[in-house]
Ligand binder design. Structure first.
Ligand SMILES: C[S@@+](CC[C@H](N)C(=O)[O-])C[C@H]1O[C@@H](n2cnc3c(N)ncnc32)[C@H](O)[C@@H]1O
Length: 241
């Protein structure tokens, strides 16, 4: 169960982690509908416009190399959003069969055109696939969006549908100290289950998770000497959303 960053080639996104965004219950509720507001609305309620720009291409190559993916293998991207990483994986390894699954009808309807017929609507905790039917399964920045029991069920499901339990990559939101927790809770809109890396390691152990993992952590801008009390003018950087 190695800790590894397979997203290290993803450009870092600079964020304004000012309090008003996720302090609002309205923004959280809008984001959690995973509709137009979350993907293509304003930055207060989600991505602020999620369009294909090729940023996942180096990540796709890294994942393909790490898991030794070859033509004919099947890969599942759970929480695939618009299928951008899934599309880039299929392009990186000709003959690879990549399926994307997401709860969002909006994201799938507006998914990458190259992925037509390969995007499936469903929940991470109830995967509509046979046991051992994928060579590799990814769940990047999605499992923290489930309640704790469903999150555990999701981990079981990833292990059920993959042929080798080590060939899973999970990345989840986490914070390492109180400063990061404050930043986190003032920025993140959709997470329902989150905590420190130790919290996640305990959850992984409870489910017998054997795959790879990494954390998405919202960090304070290194230029800050001290955190503004109200975070009103804060900026932060992290990968993923
Ligand atoms: C932060 S986005 C991550 C998208 C993509 N994996 C990435 O890293 O860019 C979270 C995604 O999880 C999806 N999602 C949320 N809850 C889900 C669930 N219970 N089952 C499947 N997908 C879910 C959302 O619709 C959204 O596309």
């Amino acid at each position: 169960m190695p800790h590894i960053d397979l997203l290290d080639a993803l450009p870092k996104t600079r964020r304004n982690v000012a309090a008003p965004r996720s302090a609002s219950a309205e923004n959280r509720a809008a984001a959690r509908r995973y509709g137009q507001e979350y993907f293509d609305g304003n930055r207060e309620q989600g991505y602020g416009g999620y369009r294909y720009d090729g940023r996942w291409q180096p990540v796709a190559r890294r994942i393909a190399a790490h898991y030794g993916l070859r033509a004919g293998d099947r890969v599942l991207d759970v929480g695939c959003a618009k299928g951008f990483l899934a599309r880039d994986l299929a392009a990186a390894v000709p003959g690879l069969v990549v399926i994307g699954l997401d709860i969002s009808e909006y994201a799938l309807r507006n998914g990458h055109t190259d992925m037509q017929g390969r995007l499936v609507r469903g929940g991470a905790d109830r995967l509509p696939f046979a046991d051992g039917s994928f060579a590799c399964v990814l769940a990047i920045n999605v499992l923290h969006n489930l309640e704790r029991a469903a999150c555990q069920q999701g981990l079981h499901e990833l292990a059920r549908v993959v042929s080798r339990p080590q060939h899973i990559y999970v990345q989840v939101d986490a914070y390492r100290d109180e400063t990061e927790r404050t930043l986190f809770e003032n920025w993140v809109l959709t997470a329902l289950t989150y905590g420190t890396p130790d919290f996640w390691l305990a959850l992984f152990a409870e489910t017998g998770y054997q795959g790879d993992y990494n954390w998405t952590i919202i960090e304070a801008d290194p230029a800050w000497t001290e955190l503004p009390a109200n975070l009103a003018a804060g900026t932060g950087t992290t990968k993923g959303d």
